[in-house]
Ligand binder design. Structure first.
Ligand code: PLP
Length: 443
């Protein structure tokens, strides 16, 4: 957009001024519709998600052997759901805002293989690509035991092919580790915010890591370009991939099964609120889509972003999606929440999900550090800063009369609510790094 257009946009909208001033901001979406009305705009269906479930089930025997840490769960990559009552009390006391209902944490932070939400989408896309190549080459049928892909013959076959991806860290970690295990050659293009230990971990798996002094958008662009030059190279496109999105969406049905086990109801009288940290949007978008398919209109989804990287809020609020970046508003996209350091949102996810999100909000890096420290003190659970973005959501939702009116939520429904904070990463952060994170909490 040119400078004059940006100035007109800002003059029309007080909310953009708040974003420019890096103020913590909440926006409740006035344009939400039912799932039935919104589905055509997503362009994906329940059948597509079922297909992803089936593919992951076919790969379970491979995962069990390739990554023994998944064996206990039968080769299924899934995380625990835990109640966090001490944190719920602490939040209420600290922010003088009671949180009605019950607060839970979905620990994708502790997913096997890569310790972040990217162990869903990233690994799923690598497996999808490997399956396609092996089926085409006649090395595999879909009724086979997929552990045969661990054979020397198959690994040699895969070594003719390569994978490229651009990442702020966690996506590269998931795709790099999974690709290397399949036998692909793999190159990860890492943005400036990526942590040193993530690059070191990847190199130890034989992954080629290319580092950039610029942000995520540049790393993705360079990855895309490098892949174009090589017909045997497959570029995993974090900004547009439907496959990644479906890998994340599988979480909806899985959470529903966990709720049934825990005896938690979700229905008209018992609404569910879910808070998802958002970078480019694929992770939270895919999970939110899966949740909508699983729980229908009884689930209310929120995306959370750093005040320095509010790309999805900016895109959805203005309706400009990927046609505007935070940098065009003069926002620097520099944040301690490295998983969320994205200046331009996925246009696919914004357009697909804009009718299905109840809201988006931003929070300060210091707020994330404070929440990180509080969660460690109250529940003995340690996460990376990005993963705390969801933790500011329940207070915002409980405090906003405007939002309750917009959605027609009654005090009784709010009293019966289930709040799920999606903890997206941190399970593999080295101890010295975690000590530094913990030292930054001020509450
Ligand atoms: C990648 C990531 C997210 C957000 O996922 P996007 O697909 O980029 O929106 C959130 N938290 C962590 C820790 C991440 O690594």
């Amino acid at each position: 957009m040119n400078h004059a257009d940006i100035q007109t946009l800002i003059a029309r909208s007080p909310l953009l001024r708040q974003l420019q001033n890096l103020q913590e901001t909440s926006w409740f979406n006035p344009q939400t519709t039912t799932l039935a009305e919104a589905l055509p705009y997503v362009g994906l269906s329940q059948a597509d998600v079922e297909d992803a479930h089936a593919r992951l089930a076919r790969f379970a025997p491979w995962l069990k052997e390739a990554f023994p840490e998944t064996a206990a769960a039968g080769g299924i990559i899934e995380s625990d759901l835990v109640a966090i009552p001490a944190m719920q009390r602490r939040l209420a006391a600290q922010f003088s805002q009671p949180i009605s209902g019950r607060l839970w944490l979905k620990k994708d932070s502790h997913l096997p293989i890569s310790g972040s939400i990217k162990a869903r989408g990233g690994i799923y896309e690598v497996l999808t690509h490997a399956e396609k190549l092996a089926l085409q080459a006649g090395l595999l049928t879909i009724d086979d035991d997929y552990s045969r892909l661990l054979s020397t013959e198959c690994r040699q076959f895969f070594s003719q092919y390569s994978i490229a991806v651009g990442s702020t860290g966690n996506l590269g970690l998931s795709i790099g580790i999974a690709s290397a295990r399949i036998g692909f050659k793999v190159t990860v293009h890492m943005s400036a915010d990526a942590r040193e230990w993530k690059k070191a971990r990847l190199r130890s798996h034989g992954v080629t890591v290319v580092e950039y002094a610029e942000d995520y958008g540049v790393a993705v662009e360079q990855g895309r370009r490098a892949a174009e030059a090589d017909p045997n190279c497959f570029f995993i496109d974090d900004e547009n991939s439907r496959t990644l999105f479906l890998g994340y969406a599988v979480a909806g049905q899985r959470l529903k099964a966990q709720f049934i086990q825990q005896g938690i109801s979700v229905d008209e009288a018992h609404p569910l609120f879910v808070y998802l940290p958002c970078g480019v949007g694929g992770g939270p978008g895919g999970v939110a889509f899966g949740l909508k398919l699983a729980f229908g209109d009884h689930v209310h989804c929120f995306f959370a972003e750093p005040t320095h990287s509010p790309c999805m809020l900016l895109g959805v609020y203005t309706g400009l999606h990927d046609e505007i970046s935070v940098q065009e508003l003069g926002i620097d996209n520099i944040t301690a929440a490295d998983g969320l350091a994205v200046g331009r949102a996925s246009g696919f996810v914004g357009r697909a999900m804009q009718r299905l999100l109840d809201g988006l909000y931003t929070l300060d890096d210091q707020t994330m550090y404070n929440l990180l420290g509080m969660l460690a003190q109250e529940e003995d659970i340690c996460l990376e800063p990005s993963a705390l973005a969801g933790m500011a959501g329940p207070q915002r939702v409980c405090a906003s009369q405007e939002y309750h009116q917009l959605q027609g939520l009654t005090p009784q429904q709010l009293e019966n609510a289930t709040h799920v904070v999606w903890a997206t990463g941190g399970g593999m952060v080295p101890e010295a790094e975690m000590t530094q994170y913990l030292s930054k909490g001020q509450l």
